[in-house]
Design a protein around this ligand. Structure first.
Ligand code: PGA
Length: 309
């Protein structure tokens, strides 16, 4: 399965001309690398037609940033998954901006995911903890509950090849402060584990788990090189920069296998530090020297982590 790079344009750009131009630029960058990187653009609803016209029949996919779970009816302002199916093949549900700015609940996210899968769309479900939850060491608890609830209406065995989860810590989104890759890895694994738990062993075999939050052309390789990270959801680095992020993972994937193994080894070393630190307790002796690679706890705030970078 190719690495997925998803461009969330959010409420940009302002005009159809600009959307068309950006879609062409993205297509130009993606085409030479189609065997390694799958690129999907998520423009606002208004530009689905323009972007769809540019990428139709090409290697680049297109998706919407949200949908509603009811099929049709008196739901002013809403767009159903079935309506989208005529325009695109993908949809994002449960983005943190929908959750925090528009009050979307886990239950609504699961309804949307189910409706979108029923409509034949590929779905990216976003999950992630707030900064205070990260600081309080609650990441696992929060993310696991979000994944469980999102999955409550989904049969993973039937849909996991069309399902992706994006782990996006809220404090990393749009802040320029990406979560450090070795801290992201256990959460990506947790997401896969929960889906397996819900659907039974092997249910998550085709599931794609992505990282999102201040990914850019400089740090994207450190995520796509992680075992268990199937790509990135990329927002505010801007569509121009997004084009450059396509190139970097490709360079990375061209590296000899030894190099990729080295990255995997680094990641698993960091993970084992974390596991040991959990076993010995958050304030155990292992933390004294090794806390730089340990899972963050309340003692190391997100702000502190940012300062360290
Ligand atoms: P960001 O956004 O890349 O601007 O942090 C990611 C997202 O919102 O999905």
């Amino acid at each position: 399965m190719a690495t997925l790079l998803a461009a969330n344009w959010k409420m940009n750009p302002l005009t159809a001309n600009e959307a068309t131009r950006l879609a062409r630029a993205t297509l130009g960058a993606a085409q030479p690398h189609a065997s390694r990187v799958e690129v999907v653009i998520f423009p606002p609803f208004t530009w689905l037609r323009e972007v769809g016209a540019i990428v139709r029949g090409t290697v680049v996919g297109v998706g919407a940033q949200d949908c509603y779970w009811e099929e049709t009816g008196a739901f002013a302002g809403a767009v159903s998954a079935g309506m989208l199916a005529g325009w695109c093949r993908w949809v994002i549900v449960g983005h943190s901006e929908r959750r925090t700015l528009f009050g979307e609940t886990d239950d609504q996210v699961s309804r949307k995911a189910r409706a979108a899968l029923d409509a034949g769309l590929n779905v990216i479900v976003c999950v992630g903890e707030r900064e205070d939850q990260f600081d309080g060491g609650q990441t696992d608890e929060v993310v696991s509950a979000q994944v469980h609830r999102a999955m409550s209406r989904i049969d993973p065995a039937a849909t996991n090849s069309r399902l992706a989860f994006a782990y996006e810590p809220l404090w990393a989104i749009g802040s320029g402060h990406n979560a450090r890759p070795h801290e992201v890895l256990p959460t990506l694994e947790l997401v896969r584990h929960v889906v397996n738990e819900v659907g039974g062993a092997g249910a998550a075999i085709d599931l794609r788990v992505l990282y999102g939050g201040s990914v850019n052309e400089e740090n994207v390789t450190s995520y796509v090189g992680l075992p268990g990270c199937d790509g990135c959801l990329i927002g505010g680095c801007g569509a121009h920069k997004f084009v450059r992020t396509i190139d970097w993972p490709v360079r990375m994937l061209r590296q000899p296998i030894g190099f990729r193994r080295w990255i995997a080894l680094m990641a698993s070393t960091a993970r084992s530090h974390w596991m040991r630190s959990r076993i010995h307790g958050a304030t155990g002796a292992l933390h004294s020297k090794e806390s730089a690679t340990a899972r963050p706890s309340g003692r190391r705030s997100a702000a502190a982590l940012v300062k360290q970078r």
